[in-house]
Write a protein that binds this ligand. Structure first.
Ligand SMILES: [Zn+2]
Length: 80
């Protein structure tokens, strides 16, 4: 049996840590809100944040702006 290829690496937009894709939560901008892309199937530019630790709580406006090159006036994180 072949080993399943599982080498999709992502970089955390907060701490720049590189790890496997399943160690991160993907966020995208949707209708001016920062939303969690649970299934990783939303369109558009996304940013990856560590699931573990406090990176998610360190998300701020400038970081989102830089990571997603967005023109948002403010960010709201929607977690539904
Ligand atoms: Zn991180």
């Amino acid at each position: 049996m072949k080993k399943k290829k599982n080498n999709q690496l992502r970089t955390c937009s907060v701490c720049r840590r590189k790890d496997n894709i399943n160690q991160f939560t993907r966020f995208v901008i949707e209708q001016n809100n920062l939303v969690i892309d649970k299934n990783r199937d939303k369109k558009g530019r996304g940013m990856n944040i560590c699931k573990e630790g406090d990176c998610i709580s360190k998300i701020n406006f400038n970081l989102v702006k830089k990571a997603l090159k967005t023109e948002l006036k403010q960010i709201k994180i929607r977690q539904d």
